[in-house]
Design a protein around this ligand. Structure first.
Ligand SMILES: Cc1ncc(COP(=O)(O)O)c(C=O)c1O
Length: 307
């Protein structure tokens, strides 16, 4: 058991008391930048292992720059606030850490970012599996397209951008699939609704390039490093055509929530033999140890917080 707390307007308070007014700018226009960070319970260490905490806040600060959000905190301050909140909540189970920087001014008819006040809030909730990673999932190519970076910045987690992800995920679930794959406006592959996409062809691992409007995923970066260090594979990033992924030996999705998840079928076409492929399995086994702080080589990615 733990306590439900939030960091709100500079203080740690009960989560249920952290409320914003209905005129709040971000509520109407999606003018926020958020992060999704995992804290994984490690029984032996009696600690929550927060995975790639600094990199998540670095990305959030990049989003703030784009949205003209100036916070009175730097990345080190944000790490300290997060650590303190984890300690005070005291959860001894896996947690999801959700920071949000947003346009907090209660002014609905102002479309000038530079004139609006900003704030930062942080909440923590217990969090188990987002997707069962033992199995492979069924994906659908979405009828919704990933917005182009010229329409909305796509490399950071802007709140407003998630309307597209939510429409795509909902469409996929309602049609009986587990997850949506979004294409770019030109029909090339971008990513999942909340995950980056990789395909395996023979001994090659390929992912859409950064210019393909995908989020610059932190788990994506882990795959690059693990594949290089442990398998001597240089992941290539390039434009991927839609039909290429139907023919891949393996497809997997990566994300903080989804970890590394195998795709068994896409649009009702089997990928490989429909099960978790050998390369995906190998990456998963290294990654799962790393996120829980059980792989010394990747300890640099972990912040241990005793609770
Ligand atoms: C749209 C989208 N793509 C990719 C990812 C994966 O990013 P990360 O590995 O940093 O969690 C996420 C999750 O944050 C996401 O929301």
């Amino acid at each position: 058991m733990g306590k439900s707390l939030a960091f709100f307007k500079g203080e740690i308070i009960p989560l249920e008391d952290a409320k914003v007014g209905i005129m709040t700018h971000a509520l109407h226009y999606g003018t926020g930048v958020f992060e999704g960070i995992r804290g994984n319970w490690n029984e032996d260490k009696d600690a929550i292992v927060v995975f790639r905490l600094r990199e998540h806040y670095d990305r959030m600060i990049r989003g703030c720059k784009i949205l003209n959000i100036e916070l009175p905190y730097n990345v080190d301050d944000l790490i300290d606030i997060t650590t303190e909140l984890i300690e005070k909540c005291g959860y001894k189970e896996d947690i999801y850490i959700r920071p949000l920087a947003y346009k907090s001014e209660e002014k609905v008819a102002n479309l000038k970012l530079h004139e609006l006040a900003s704030d930062f809030t942080l909440m923590i909730v217990p969090f188990g599996n987002y997707i069962d990673n033992e199995k492979s999932i069924k994906c659908q190519t979405s009828s919704w397209r990933r917005p182009d970076d010229s329409m909305m910045p796509t490399g950071v987690k802007l709140s407003g951008l998630y309307t597209t992800s939510i429409l795509a995920k909902t469409e996929a679930i309602m049609a009986g699939f587990d997850e949506a794959i979004l294409l770019n406006h030109d029909g090339s592959v971008s990513e999942g609704s909340g995950e980056n996409l990789f395909m395996v062809i023979g001994n090659e691992i390929i992912t859409p390039a950064e210019t393909e409007n995908c989020l610059l995923g932190i788990t994506r970066d882990c795959v690059f490093e693990i594949a290089k260090n442990e398998m001597n594979i240089d992941v290539s990033s390039r434009k991927i055509h839609r039909s290429e992924i139907y023919l891949a030996d393996e497809i997997f999705l990566t994300g903080t929530a989804a970890h590394i998840t195998s795709v068994g079928s896409l649009d009702n076409r089997k990928i490989g033999n429909n099960e978790v492929g050998p390369l995906t399995k190998e990456l998963q086994s290294i990654y799962f140890k790393a996120v829980r702080g059980n792989n010394n080589k990747y300890q640099k990615w972990c912040t241990e917080v005793k609770v």
